[in-house]
Design a protein around this ligand. Structure first.
Ligand code: F6P
Length: 322
């Protein structure tokens, strides 16, 4: 292996820079040249290749976002787009590719591998944690810490005004951000797409809850089947007009910020392992960390959607949120 390329794709996540830095430094150490591809698969089609060296990734380990920029490329889903991407990969004599991204990124890599025989290894970069094959994705820990910090602030004002808050968090169709951050803030209830949401039941719980509780926080995962935080709050307000109710949608603050120490270390381990995997002849796999050990999962299994919610966490939540 003489020359590899690295890209970030899909929604950015804190730790992508740390991962990319590890890829570049590990390759350089092993005398492998590295090209960065700007704007993910779009840049692969548009020939946005730039040379990267150990120095070009200095002082980025602590930065959120991705210096390689990112995109969700519709064109890459077409055969025409993929052919153009392949021409550029061949033009730059790339003989290994590291893709850092989420579900869509690995689906793209899978499709591309039908026409491109260059080995490809993935690193799981998404705040959603919705991939099989790793305990934590790059950016998840930072995102849940961001949510916890924000909701702690909401709790202060909710407590002062005796209010009920519905706080909507990201996660697309997965509830893993909601679950961990909700446990972390001591939420009264967490609504997630993986568990059945019954608004009538929620209303009963709110009515019958501990009477001396002054504030109540309901975390709503954006993909919940009962609707968004505004829709659910509306239904609740109709039946509980005495509750002073507010809604906060945390939005994209969850995707930014300096990565936590855990995200920096995990990202570095995964970027390092991705290059070693390419050197060992692996392809079509996502690098992950399971029980503290590096693990490789074929792309097609990694994207088989969401990790099951941990039943022990759910059982504990029922008891602690009373
Ligand atoms: O996949 C990451 C994510 O932040 C999801 O949680 C969210 O649904 C989506 O991306 C938002 O995407 P965009 O930034 O394109 O609005």
């Amino acid at each position: 292996m003489k020359k590899i390329a690295v890209l970030t794709s899909g929604g950015d996540s804190p730790g992508m820079n740390a991962c990319m830095r590890a890829v570049v430094r590990t390759a350089t150490y092993n005398n492998i040249e590295v090209m960065g591809i700007m704007h993910g698969y779009s840049g692969m089609i548009g020939n946005e290749f730039i040379p990267l060296g150990a120095k070009s990734v200095a002082n980025i380990i602590h930065r959120g976002g991705t210096i390689l920029k990112t995109a969700r490329s519709k064109k890459f889903l077409t055969i025409d787009g993929q052919q153009k991407a392949l021409e550029n990969i061949l033009k730059h004599a790339i003989d290994g590719l590291v893709v850092i991204g989420g579900d869509g990124t690995f689906r793209g890599a899978l499709e591309f591998s039908k026409i491109c025989s260059v080995p490809m290894v993935g690193c799981p970069g998404t705040i959603d944690n919705d991939l099989i094959g790793t305990d934590f994705t790059i950016g998840y820990d930072t995102a849940i810490n961001t949510v916890v910090e924000a909701v702690d602030k909401i709790r202060d004002t909710a407590e002062s005004h005796d209010r009920l808050f519905f706080v909507e968090v990201m996660g697309r169709d997965a509830g893993l951000i909601a679950l961990r951050s909700g446990i972390g803030v001591g939420a009264e209830c967490i609504l997630m797409p993986e568990t059945k949401t019954d608004v009538e039941d929620l209303i009963k719980r709110l009515k019958g809850g501990r009477k001396n509780k002054s504030s109540k926080i309901i975390i709503v995962a954006e993909g919940d089947e009962a609707g968004d935080a505004f829709a659910i709050a509306e239904k609740v307000k109709k039946q509980l007009p005495d509750f002073d109710t507010r809604v906060t949608v945390l939005g994209h603050i969850q995707r930014g910020g300096n990565p936590t120490a855990m995200d920096r270390v995990n990202s570095s381990r995964m970027g390092f392992a991705a290059v070693e995997a390419l050197m060992a002849g692996k392809t079509g796999v996502m690098v992950g960390i399971i029980n503290k050990k590096i693990a490789y999962t074929p792309f097609e299994n990694a994207v088989k959607h969401t990790q099951r919610l941990d039943p022990d966490l759910l059982r504990m939540l029922e008891i602690l949120s009373l």
